[in-house]
Design a protein around this ligand. Structure first.
Ligand code: BGC
Length: 306
């Protein structure tokens, strides 16, 4: 049996037909068009499902990974800030477009399941994936099973930066690509002499790479942005290590593309701060995810397989 996995993002709806063994057989993606509203977005998911179902008589179901608080039992997405969904009955809306069974899950939970089963966590007893993109997401997989429940935003700074959901000090408000871009821009405003300006001009604007490139070229202001970013990320990841003590803690999303420039200092800081690290042998391996964007669609398909 094969399954359709949908990774519903703020920018694109990515879909794939996936075998029970996690192989991608067909892919189809279209822009999400959040501006058209929830019903229209559901219709667009329906289009992707229809494309992936053409000529297929062995599709067992559809899994949808959606950002925010997703309740599979009722089929309702309670709140997804980046999609403007509030108490949206996504499963009922999708019913109009497909007769296949539909399973819903959080997007980062789905990515974690994909990585744990077929990517960086293969063979590990427990895997946590943290996605560093527009938002920050995460998922925990223990013995091949996803830990689910209502997902919320972890707070790492009391009364800190404002976050998308209206609260303050969330992990996402410091460790998302969005936060990194915000901090890069603030630093540029305070440091007209910084190389950040020239680099942003060369790259056609500020993005998650700007500060890392400036640091590489010896720019102090850029190095400080990277330093602060890594410090906050290390804080959030240390909390996860101290709560879950996972075998693998893996990063994905745009910022993870920085590779060793991010990983090497992070490993050191998380190890220093993990509880008992001076006495216990370090247990958690901090790695990069290996499936890239495919983790989301493969994991979503596995929601339907389960
Ligand atoms: C949402 C999470 C989601 C993450 C990545 C966050 O803003 O609250 O549920 O997993 O973004 O899309």
């Amino acid at each position: 049996m094969n399954y359709i996995g949908i990774d519903l993002g703020g920018t694109n709806i990515k879909g794939a037909l996936v075998s029970a063994k996690g192989e991608i057989l067909k892919e189809h993606s279209i822009p999400t068009r959040v501006d058209l509203g929830p019903e229209a977005v559901a219709g667009r998911i329906g289009q992707v499902i229809a494309q992936l179902s053409i000529g297929e008589d062995t599709v067992g179901g559809v899994g949808v990974g959606c950002p925010g608080t997703v309740d599979d039992a009722s089929g309702i997405v309670r709140f997804a800030a980046n999609l403007n969904f509030v108490n949206f009955d996504l499963r009922s809306a999708l019913r109009a477009h497909t007769a296949l069974p539909i399973h819903l899950g959080n997007d980062a939970n789905a990515a974690a399941l994909g990585e744990a089963l077929f990517g960086c966590g293969r063979g590990a007893e427990s895997t946590i994936v943290v996605t560093l993109g527009t938002g920050v997401g995460g998922g925990v997989v223990q013995d091949g099973k996803m830990l689910t429940g209502y997902t919320g935003h972890m707070v790492i700074a009391e009364n800190g930066e404002e976050c998308t959901g209206g609260s303050r000090g969330c992990f996402e408000a410091y460790s998302s690509a969005t936060a990194l871009i915000r901090d890069t821009k603030r630093t540029m405003a305070a440091h007209p002499e910084s190389l950040l300006h020239a680099i942003a001009a060369e790259q056609g604007g500020v993005d998650g790479r700007t500060a890392f490139l400036a640091k590489e070229r010896g720019d102090e202001a850029g190095a400080q942005v990277v330093e602060d970013y890594i410090e906050h990320l290390a804080c959030g990841l240390t909390n996860l290590v101290n709560i879950f003590f996972p075998e693998v803690l893996a990063l994905s999303g745009g910022v993870a593309n920085q590779g060793d420039a991010l990983l090497l200092p992070l490993r050191e800081r998380v190890r220093e701060r993990s509880f008992g690290s001076r006495y216990a042998v370090s247990h958690t391996r901090i790695e990069l995810c290996t499936l890239g964007y495919r983790a989301g669609v493969i994991g979503a398909a596995m929601l339907a397989r389960e």
